[in-house]
Structures are given as structure tokens and as C-alpha cells.
Write a protein that binds this ligand. Structure first.
Ligand code: NAD
Length: 298
């Protein structure tokens, strides 16, 4: 079949948004480890071919990855630690291996010429403990925890194997999602605010967050897959704002909540991702955090 599109991890947060943007669902296949009734029903209703299975499994992955023209490769473990305090080494190993094993399966089994869109992370710089340092795509990455080490290794695997890739190093992605997927800070703060819970600002909320809307992420993935840009890596962040500012947006739209400064340590002060490269492609960010908070809390 021509123009076959595969979304791995497509039953997740970004996948859900991406589905809305893919018009021709006839040639679309979604694969995810989730096999629960709710997920299966959702895809039946959408009339999208859904296959439940673990892409870590070589045999399964071989069947899935062959004969597709375009892969949005979103599968990965995302509920991960953000500091090295009380780190569970076993869990870290699982996070890293899940990411790297799937990518190895992908490069081994895809057909020649298949295009791969892969979301990496701004956290590949997490070990650079300087505030407001600006990172360009060619800056030296220094990951620390399994999640970002795994992502950097996946980037290398794509490059080494000469795959036709586009990598987006995403900031923390926010947007509407089911409650249990609202765990990263920009999402957690609006969820807590909605529930009238106060917000703790560790170290006074000085940490700079690199954030981007899930809507822009999905738009960029489709945009970049249609362009002739090949084997390119892009930083993808629309706003750099402090945790305190994030808290202030939330308290502006829910006057019942309080921002509480704490002395808890933060892992690093945050940094700036230079996104001029993606902007030069003609891509325009259209969604901003303040509007999301307003909509979520109204
Ligand atoms: N959300 C963010 O802030 C963010 C930031 C940077 C990068 N990313 C990356 O974007 C991708 C999608 O993220 P998301 O926010 O939609 O996360 P998500 O957790 O909602 O979706 C990931 C999906 O992958 C599936 N999955 C995990 N392991 C699998 C396996 N072995 N086989 C098949 N499916 C598997 C999960 O079931 C889940 O549905 C991930 O790779 C993530 O690391 C996300």
C-alpha cells in the first residue's frame, strides 16, 4: 500500500493530537502497548487500524515496521524522574532500554527511504547547570538521567544508520489530556489549580521551563514530514518561562489558589533553546501557555 503512515505510541498524549491532523485515515496504522478496552474502542470509533503490542519485542516490531512510508515514532516511557534524588536504578534501566531497543528495532526493519519523525527532548542538556545559557542544535548535549540519555542515543542511532529522519527536541509539552497524563509541570499546575490546590514554587520558582503546546508539536510533525528537509534536527520550544510565572498565570485565572515559596532544591536553573532553525523553515508557533491556562480554568 502506498503512503502508509505509522504512529508508534499513538494512543498517548501527542499521538491523540496528531490523529486529529491526519486527514486520510485509510492508510494510517497506530501501534501502542496499551491493550485496554477503552483504547481499542476509541480507535474502532475513529475507524483507525489499531494494533496493541510491545515494540520492544523484535518479532512484533519486524512485522510493524516493514512497508511503511512515514513513521511518527512516539512510543516511549514518559512518566520519568526529573531529579537524581532517590533514583531507582532498575526503573532507569527499563526507561533507557525501552527507548533504545525500540529504535534499534525500527532502524533494522524499516524499508529503504522510510521517513521517520522522532520527538527527542530539550533535557539532553539537563546536565548543563548554567542558567540562561543558550543552546543551538550543534551545542554539545550533556544528558544525565535515563530518559534523556536514551533520547540522545536514539538520535545517534538514526544518524548512524543514515535514516531519513527529522528530530524535534521538544520542550515540556502541555495541553488537554486525560488526568493521569497531566504530570509534567505546566500541565500539573493547571490541573492543581482546577482542583483549587495551592502551588509549591521550589526555590521560589526560579527555574526556567522550556515549554510548548501539544497542538504546535502535532502541527510541526505534520509540517516537517511534508517538507523536503531531510536528516535534520530542530529545537522546538515556543516559550521559556519561570515556574513562578507559570504559577502566576494559574493564580490569575483561579484567585482561590496560593503560590507557596519553598526551599526545596531544583535540579538545575533551566536554559534557553535557540529555535531559530525551525522558524527558518516557515513554521509558526500558534499556541501559548497563557491562553491554555485561561481555557483550562474557565
Ligand atoms: N510530552 C512531553 O513533554 C514530551 C517532551 C519531549 C519528548 N516527548 C516524547 O514524545 C513521545 C510521545 O510523548 P507523549 O507525551 O505522547 O507520551 P505518552 O506517554 O502519552 O505516549 C507514549 C506512548 O508510548 C506507548 N509505549 C511506551 N512503550 C511502548 C512500547 N514498548 N511499545 C509500544 N508502545 C509503547 C505508551 O503506551 C504511550 O501511549 C515520547 O517518545 C516522549 O518521550 C514528549
Amino acid at each position: 500500500m502506498k503512503n502508509r503512515i505509522l504512529i508508534t505510541g499513538g494512543a498517548g498524549f501527542i499521538g491523540n493530537e496528531l490523529l486529529n491532523l491526519i486527514k486520510n485515515k485509510k492508510n494510517l496504522i497506530v501501534v501502542d502497548i496499551k491493550r485496554n478496552k477503552k483504547t481499542i474502542k476509541k480507535f474502532q470509533k475513529l475507524k483507525i487500524k489499531y494494533i496493541g503490542g510491545n515494540l520492544n519485542n523484535k518479532k512484533f516490531a519486524k512485522k510493524i515496521f516493514k512497508n511503511v512510508d512515514l513513521i511518527y515514532h512516539l512510543a516511549g516511557i514518559t512518566k520519568v524522574p526529573n531529579t537524581d534524588v532517590n533514583l531507582n536504578k532498575r526503573k532507569e534501566k527499563i526507561i533507557y532500554n525501552n527507548s533504545v531497543n525500540i529504535m534499534n528495532n525500527l532502524v533494522q526493519h524499516i524499508s529503504k527511504g522510510t521517513r521517520v519523525v522522532f520527538p527527542s527532548t530539550h533535557l539532553v542538556y539537563e546536565n548543563c547547570k548554567q542558567n540562561k545559557k543558550i543552546f543551538k542544535e550543534n551545542s554539545k548535549a550533556l544528558p544525565k538521567l535515563a530518559y534523556s540519555r536514551g533520547k540522545l542515543e536514539c538520535e545517534m542511532i538514526l544518524k548512524k544508520n543514515n535514516i531519513n529522519y527529522a528530530i524535534l527536541r521538544l520542550g515540556s509539552v502541555y495541553g488537554f489530556a486525560e488526568k493521569k497524563r497531566m504530570f509534567n509541570l505546566p500541565n500539573l499546575f493547571v490541573l492543581r489549580s482546577k482542583n483549587n490546590q495551592n502551588l509549591s514554587l521550589h526555590s521560589g520558582g526560579v527555574q526556567i521551563k522550556s515549554i510548548v503546546s501539544v497542538k504546535d508539536v502535532a502541527r510541526a510533525m505534520v509540517f516537517i514530514s511534508k517538507k523536503k528537509y531531510k536528516k535534520e534536527l530542530y529545537h522546538f520550544v515556543s516559550e521559556h518561562i519561570s515556574v513562578k510565572e507559570i504559577g502566576k498565570y494559574c493564580s490569575k485565572f483561579n484567585k482561590n489558589i496560593k503560590l507557596i515559596n519553598t526551599k526545596d532544591k531544583i535540579p538545575y536553573l533551566g536554559y534557553i533553546m535557540d529555535c531559530s532553525k525551525i522558524l527558518k523553515t516557515g513554521f509558526v508557533f500558534k499556541n501559548f501557555y497563557k491562553d491554555f491556562v485561561k481555557e483550562y480554568l474557565k
